[in-house]
Design a protein around this ligand. Sequence first.
Ligand SMILES: Nc1ncnc2c1ncn2[C@@H]1O[C@H](COP(=O)(O)OP(=O)(O)OP(=O)(O)O)[C@@H](O)[C@H]1O
Length: 285
Amino acid sequence: MSVIVVKGITKQYGTTTALENVNITIEANKIYGLLGRNGAGKTTLLNLLTNKIFPTNGAITVEGKSVVENDEVLGKIFYMMERNLYPEGLKVKEIFKWTKKIYPLFDMEYANGLANKFELKVNKKIKELSTGYTSIFKAILALSSNAKILILDEPVLGLDAYHRDLLYKEILSNYIQEPKTIIISTHLIEEISDILEEVIIIKEGKLVLKDSVETLLSSAYRVSGEASKVDIYIKGRTCLGEETIGKYKSVTVLNDQRNEALAKEMDLEFNKAELQKLFISLTNS
Ligand SMILES: Nc1ncnc2c1ncn2[C@@H]1O[C@H](COP(=O)(O)OP(=O)(O)OP(=O)(O)O)[C@@H](O)[C@H]1O
């Protein structure tokens, strides 16, 4: 069942076309990764989905209703923005209470539990939080909101590896507990790929791909082994992302039937392709 329909969206800022005739259908209760290089138009799309800005052309509906000036529809969405728009002088616990007024289903107990888990001090003022803890604070608001649609723009900004991993696990367990539609915009593709079901890739304001991670990854594989042998194997095949360490080489091969017999003869290894490498190939000019 589709929950968000983006139809013919174009957004122009003066002479800059941030998005051009974008059509996307988002299905309910799936986790989407919104990927694109810097300036591709990701935040513009998220701002349009949440009525922060208006399109130059086209329309966006959530559950069949326009998002424009529609509080009922917008109340179903929690948007964790990259920018911090919360009053700096307020304490974390005060914003929890404030959020509960806007999102009546906000789960205060869960929010406090998460604050504990992530070691976020709820008595601290927003302006006292580091970049990483600001991300944790905003993610806790999103996860506790109980909104049907979560939009997370760069949710792990400034987080160390430990907290990033903890947050990915929390997003996933939150989703399993209470399935919802989650759209995550991020540059850290490889580490998030395990929790994504679908990817939407935009390049220079245009949609280049919308597909399941599974389908995308099944269109490629990685072959590794002694460099000279890998070179023989990949001859005539479409490749990207070569990595050489000493005599060892590893290459991603695209849209190709892997030749097990040949590889065995040559002592080569096959592995799963990496989403990050496919993303680079899809967004390179
Ligand atoms: N308020 C604005 N005024 C003018 N141009 C803008 C404005 N906001 C975005 N743009 C331009 O629109 C394009 C898309 O920007 P957007 O912020 O949506 O990209 P992004 O994919 O989110 O990038 P990043 O990954 O760097 O955050 C860029 O060329 C940007 O400079």
